[in-house]
Write a protein that binds this ligand. Sequence first.
Ligand code: C6P
Length: 415
Amino acid sequence: MNQSKTDISTNINWEEIRAQFPVLNQEVNGKRLVYLDNGASSQMPQVVVDRINKYHSHEHANVHRGIHSLSQHATDAYEATREKVRRLINARYQEEIIYTTGTTDSINLVANSYGRKFFKEGDEIIVSEMEHHANIVPWQLVGEQTGAKLRVIPMNENGELEMERFYELLSEKTKFVSVIHVSNALGTINPVKEIIDAAHERNIPVLVDGAQAVPHSKVDVQELDTDFYAFSAHKMCGPTGFGILYGKKELLDSIPPYRGGGDMIDKVTFQKTTWNDLPHKFEAGTPPIAAGIGLGTGIDFLNSIGMENIAAREAELVAYATKKLSKIEGLRIVGTSHEKASVISFLLDGIHPTDAGTILDKEGIAVRTGHHCAQPVMDHFNIPGTLRASISFYNNEDDIDRLVDGIEYTKEFFA
Ligand code: C6P
């Protein structure tokens, strides 16, 4: 590898950025860690770790409840994240940003609140064949309660949605469309704008699962005109246990709360309870305060680099990795869509992905193996699972070269 450490197009020193991630600076199994499991969870830069520590060390108090200074300070820090998220995804109002515990929680919120209110026997919800389980099971659960059924947009052998089939599935029975923006199992970037526009022509609301999109590109919910958009903090340099549901204000106003408890109420009597205003109507109980504050610092960090620069750097690394992996004999890439981001899934001839992943781990290389919580994708390709390298802007060409060496070693090991 003989590549300049400073990206010429953006003049960003990516090695300096990488150095801000303390986790990457260690050995695992006696080898320098190569972390290529960013799709499962990305790492946190030191500033995020420090910010969370500061909250725990000096600022801890419950939010929205106390008149004492510490509580008000915690509330201000926690609420500041809402504006940062609003700006990041260009939502119209802060009230449209609902704090959740992650993408899974965000989708469950919509499936329960919207679905239980509006779905009935014979209704149809369209999802795609490449959904994460988090965008399948909540709809099945609400379908069991309401009689609504799932309809599935199939994909082709490249792992691209068959859009003509989507148009055929749209009918007067369709009451909701919920699709993944970027596939965590294949890396496919889906034409969500086209899907949203087609659904809106029939007044059908759309949720987009953006868990693998927001960390890697500039997402603009107003430009997409999506009704709901879900993502997780821990895939975008933030901590676990925190996530976001964006929803259009009028839609959020039209659906009931999903969970009951403190903070989400206006007035409680044994006869009747009324709800708090948005966004608090959907935020019952004491939230993960430190995680919310941490996400705010994570967003500051991403903004300091620039989402466009992050997307460009990751595209460069994905292209480099695809080229290198394609040259390995007996390696097959699963998911060859023209539009791809950050994820490369692959198989090695005659070697089970779990066995290969175990050997790579011994070499200090962290990849994910298995079905990636997308079993229908594996069923489509008739495979038990894949090895998955998921790339972040703080990876570098050396990481990819180490992966290539690790794969060659794995092949020799099993030969
Ligand atoms: N995918 C992966 O390794 P949570 O767990 O709620 O933060 O995110 C769920 C989820 C939903 N949608 C997509 C597209 C996702 O990728 C994920 C999480 C991880 O691919 C863990 S299974």
